[in-house]
Design a protein around this ligand. Structure first.
Ligand code: XMP
Length: 510
């Protein structure tokens, strides 16, 4: 199997680069630049290397530099942004601050007819985010593209198969970014497109069978797609040594607990232990209104319940979780700022009774996780289920969480999802749910005045949940949902529709 190495220099799109390459059916893996030697690269037989971006300037003494030998292995290299500058600098070129200051955002790119730009028009839009520029090319390199403010937006040395681009081909804002990556991977590295998710499954199963030999693992099953896929994957690797504790924290959607228990436990044979802990969660959440506090409490309580359960199960070595890549970066474990602490990463209590954490899906994006699930034989109904956050309805109730509010939200949410599921636009929406706001308003029912909660409906389109667009639902769907919710759920007197995209909003309200 042909593989591409993504050498990580600290940029925010590193996993995205790997994911884009994998979408071309060529396996790509991200490794920190400091943790792989030129010898290891050679021995591993990579067909190509991509240097990622990063926030530093190459002249900064603290900036990350790899061994210059990496560029002399005879393996093609594509440097992106910082990686492009690092390549130029290492090869004897000069980097200077751009004359016009930083260049950020969508920018016109003028490129040559070089094979790296095959099928890319002479003028196209690329995404730039940099302050420094390559001002003097290293020997043997030629300029392959420029922008109005950057004379060397792309460079290359064909003899040594070394290339650099100042822009980010991996982000969708770069119109022909995938074409550039495709040209590098197939045209320059001559990779074969023979990687499928089955390889990921096989590698993971073999890896965990080996690493977890003789160990007992407890998996935090939340009922969402991610932890369900992680459960089935690990079950395949270690069978009954995996115990999946499914905490019903009382923050699940209508009928969800029974569905998860039946599908994973009874139908797929995974060892599922369901714990009904709603009271425990509700009493810890009583009176708490601040979103981050709620998340932390739910996260901590989750782990405590697991620890209690682990105690009952006897000796347990590791805790497994369905963390996926967007959770990792949004919790500030990558290089971007903390946006929300996802309970399965950021909210972990510091004192844990487990020896290790097992996160088999940590490098994957949502659509890749679904693909893994499907190939593991998980029914489409579960795999295609929209994602559901670990803290559950807890992040969809604004203000204090009470049993009464949870019951109202569960009913309203079930109605909205049922109406959308019946409509023709269902497949266009990546996620759709109801939120119970803390606002109450006056209504009228029959001749009587009512004073009930306002429910907000949210439906988004998204590929990877890093960005999302609010879905243009047909008025009829919204109308039916609104009528039914206000008629059938006593205590809700108003329904609104959320028309905010991400960014600036997030998908969840808290
Ligand atoms: P946001 O609200 O951050 O959501 O735009 C992006 C995606 O992540 C889900 N989400 C979570 N998933 N634990 C999870 O496992 C969490 O704490 C969490 N918070 C948000 C959200 O539903 C959406 O799909």
């Amino acid at each position: 199997m042909d593989r591409i190495l993504v050498m990580d220099f600290g940029g925010q799109y590193n996993q995205l680069i790997a994911r884009r390459v994998r979408s071309l059916h060529v396996y790509a893996e991200v490794r920190p630049y400091s943790r792989i030697t030129p010898q290891e690269i050679r021995d591993a037989g990579y067909r190509g290397i991509i240097f990622t971006g990063g926030p530093n300037s190459v002249y900064d003494p603290a900036s990350p530099h790899c061994s210059p030998e990496v560029l002399r292995l005879g393996i093609p290299v594509l440097g992106i942004c910082y990686g492009h500058q690092l390549m130029a600098y290492t090869e004897g070129g000069t980097i200077s601050p751009a004359e016009s200051g930083s260049e950020y955002g969508r920018t016109e790119l003028f490129c040559s007819g070089h094979p790296l730009f095959r099928d890319v028009p002479e003028t196209s839009i690329c995404f730039m985010s940099h302050t420094d520029c390559v001002s003097v090319l290293p020997e043997g390199f030629a300029v392959l593209g420029h922008t109005d403010h950057c004379a060397c937006a792309a460079m290359g040395n064909d003899e040594r198969r070394l290339y650099g681009v100042q822009f980010h081909p991996e982000v969708t804002h770069t119109e022909y970014g995938m074409t550039v990556l495709r040209n590098f991977v197939f045209g320059i590295c001559s990779c074969r497109a023979d990687w499928v998710m089955d390889d990921f499954i096989e590698r993971s199963v073999a890896r965990y069978r080996e690493e977890l030999r003789g160990r007992k693992v407890l998996l935090a099953l939340s009922g969402g797609v991610d932890s369900s896929v992680a459960a089935v994957l690990l079950h395949r690797a270690i069978g009954r040594n995996l115990s999946c504790v499914f905490v019903d924290h009382g923050l699940l959607r209508k009928n969800e607990g029974d569905y998860v228990e039946r599908t994973l436990g009874h139908e797929l044979g995974v060892n599922v232990i369901r714990i009904n802990a709603a009271d425990r969660f509700l009493s810890r959440l009583a009176g708490v209104t601040e979103p981050e506090r709620k998340r932390k409490i739910i996260g901590e309580e989750f782990i405590r319940v697991f620890e209690d359960e682990a105690g009952k199960l006897g000796h347990i070595d590791d805790l497994a979780q369905g963390t996926i890549y967007p959770d990792v970066i949004e919790s500030g474990k990558g290089d971007s700022a903390v946006i929300k602490s996802h309970h399965n990463v950021g909210g972990l209590p510091s004192v844990m009774a487990f020896k290790g954490i097992v996160e088999p899906l940590r490098d994957l994006f949502k659509d890749e996780v679904r693909e893994v699930g499907r190939r593991l034989g998980i029914p489409d109904e579960l795999v295609m289920r929209q994602p559901f956050p670990g803290p559950g309805l807890g992040v969809r109730i604004i203000g204090e969480i009470t049993k009464e509010k949870l019951d109202l939200l569960r009913e309203a949410d079930a109605i909205f999802r049922e109406e959308l599921d019946r409509s023709s636009v269902r497949n266009e929406c990546a996620q759709y749910f109801a939120v119970l706001t803390d606002t109450r308003s006056v209504g009228v029912m029959g001749d009587a005045r009512t004073y009930g909660y306002t429910v907000a409906l949210r439906a988004v389109r998204s590929d990877d949940f890093m960005t999302a667009e609010w879905a243009r639902l047909p008025y009829e769907v919204l109308e039916r949902a609104s009528n039914r919710i206000t008629n059938e759920v006593r205590g809700i007197s108003r329904v609104v529709y959320d028309i905010t995209s991400k960014p600036p909003a997030t998908v969840e309200w808290e």
